[in-house]
Design a protein around this ligand. Structure first.
Ligand SMILES: O=c1ccn([C@@H]2O[C@H](COP(=O)(O)O)[C@@H](O)[C@H]2O)c(=O)[nH]1
Length: 237
C-alpha cells in the first residue's frame, strides 16, 4: 500500500500528546520518534508503539566520535526499532562501527536489526547556507551524493535526503539502498523551515522509499483529513 510509505513524526513534547496522535490516526502504520519526544519522555513511547504493532523510525541523528556513536547504535538497536539515523559527517569509521554495533545490539536483544541510515544534508539547509555558513565547497546535490556514497561504502542500509536529491541518489546508489525523504510538502501546506521540498507524489516518483511528513498532517486542523488527502494525491499519480 502506498500509504505505508508515509512515516509520521511524533514531534510533540509529551507522551500524552504522542498517544493522542496515535489514537487519532490509527491508519498510520509507521511513526517516527525524534529528539523532542525521546529527550522529553524517554523510551516508553517505543514500547507503546510496539504494543500497537507499529513500525518505528528512531530518528536521534547520532553525531559523535566512532566509539560513542557505536555505543548509541548498539543501545538503539536493542529497542527493536526499524530505522535508526546517524549523520554521514561523523565519518566512515564511525559509520562502519555504528553499523556493526547495531547488528550486535539487535543480536544481544534477540530482535531484528534496524536499518541504519545516514543523514546526508539536513532538508532545512539551503545551498546558500551550505556554501556560506558551513563553507562546504561542493554544490549541494553533489555533496549530498558524496555523503550517501560514503554511507554506502561504510556498509549502511541507506540515507536520508531531500526529495530534490532523491532521483540522483537513486540512480547512483541503486535500488537496494534505502532512501528516506523528509522535507515533503503537499502544494497546500506551509513549507516552514524546510527549504528543499517536493510534493509527496513527486517524491515517490523521484524514487523515495519512504516519505516523512509531519506538520502538514499533525498540525492540520483535521489530521485525519490531511492524511486522507495526501494518500489520495499519491494514489492519483
Ligand atoms: O534532513 C532531515 C532529517 C530529519 N528531518 C525530520 O523529519 C521531520 C519533518 O517534519 P515536518 O514537520 O514534515 O517538517 C522532523 O521530525 C525532522 O526532525 C528533517 O526534517 N530533515
Amino acid at each position: 500500500m502506498l500509504s505505508d510509505k508515509i512515516i509520521v513524526p511524533l514531534d510533540v513534547p509529551t507522551e500524552a500528546e504522542a498517544i493522542a496522535l496515535l489514537d487519532r490516526l490509527p491508519q498510520v502504520s509507521f511513526w517516527k520518534v525524534g529528539l523532542e519526544l525521546f529527550v522529553s519522555c524517554g523510551s516508553g513511547i517505543l514500547t507503546t508503539l510496539k504494543q500497537r504493532q507499529k513500525r518505528i523510525f528512531l530518528d536521534l541523528k547520532f553525531h559523535d566520535i566512532p566509539n560513542t556513536v557505536a555505543g548509541a547504535c548498539r543501545a538503539a538497536a536493542g529497542y527493536g526499532v526499524d530505522l535508526v539515523t546517524i549523520h554521514a559527517t561523523a565519518g566512515k569509521e564511525a559509520l562502519s562501527l555504528a553499523q556493526q554495533a547495531a547488528q550486535e545490539g539487535a543480536k544481544i536483544a534477540g530482535v531484528a536489526p534496524p536499518k541504519l541510515i545516514a543523514i546526508t544534508v539536513l532538508t532545512s539547509l539551503s545551498a546558500r547556507q551550505l556554501a556560506f555558513e558551513l563553507k562546504i565547497p561542493l554544490e549541494l546535490p553533489e555533496y549530498a551524493l558524496e555523503m550517501a556514497l560514503l554511507a554506502r561504502e561504510a556498509g549502511l542500509d541507506g540515507a536520508v535526503c531531500s526529495p530534490q536529491e532523491v532521483e540522483q541518489l537513486r540512480q547512483t546508489c541503486g535500488d537496494d539502498f534505502l532512501l528516506v525523504c523528509p522535507g515533503v510538502r503537499p502544494s497546500w501546506a506551509a513549507k516552514g523551515d524546510q527549504t528543499r521540498s517536493l510534493t509527496p507524489a513527486q517524491a515517490i516518483q523521484a524514487g523515495a522509499d519512504y516519505l516523512v511528513i509531519g506538520r502538514p498532517i499533525t498540525a492540520a486542523a483535521s489530521p485525519e483529513e490531511a492524511w486522507e488527502r495526501i494518500c489520495q494525491e499519491i494514489a492519483a499519480e
